[in-house]
Design a binder for this molecule. Sequence first.
Ligand SMILES: [Zn+2]
Length: 259
Amino acid sequence: MFSMQSALASSFLVGKIWGIRVRIHFSFALLLFILGLLATVQEGVVYGLATVFFLLVLFFLVLLHELGHCWMAIKTGARVRDILLWPLGGLAFLEGVSSDPNIRIKIALAGPMVNITLAILLCPFAVISEGAFFLTLIKINLLIGFFNLLPAFPILDGGHIYHAFLSKKWGTQVATVKALDLGQKLALILGVIGLFYNFWLVFIAVLIYFAGQEKLQKQEAERFFSSPYSQSPTPKVYGRDEWNKFVRQVENFFQNRRF
Ligand SMILES: [Zn+2]
């Protein structure tokens, strides 16, 4: 069984912010190296370095996004031990998150709000400066902010917001089924769009799809085993199940195909 510990063990520590360990997964470091090398071979050293710099900026913005979630989570009484950055974005491992839907909405919103606020704050710099650097930063921030607001449960922030809204009316279990239903449909749409426009989207769609499947199975199992007399609160860890499931899928893929 794959655990969060082993996922984190495949990463290295880059620093600590507010007592939260910030880690980079080895696959991101590898990707950075490969893309930098490819760019250097194709266009020269300057282009190679620019590619690495661009990717580092991108992941710094993702880190700020995750810190937005963490800040709100800590403010509302949760604990955060690790942030993991990997090629598909960031994961904040939150513990003890309140079950209050309004607090969950605040935590989920805090990440995208960081990027949207940054985009607004960068506008004057884009107007003053001559190059396209600040304009690119604004576009990336808007992309990270609004993409994460898509209601694709259980991976994207918009999905958690949608789930929290539904749970106010229907309760958690029904909300999960309804949010997963939309999430799975969105995963299929994103996957198809990704095939034509950007292959990264396909990976994210696969992640949303499998994480959704696992959540559905888990919920079915919980419903089967739970009784009104044996319910106990389970600690909620954002992203952990999703991460474990995805890593297992990747592991299975490579175990089945030895090159
Ligand atoms: Zn987020």
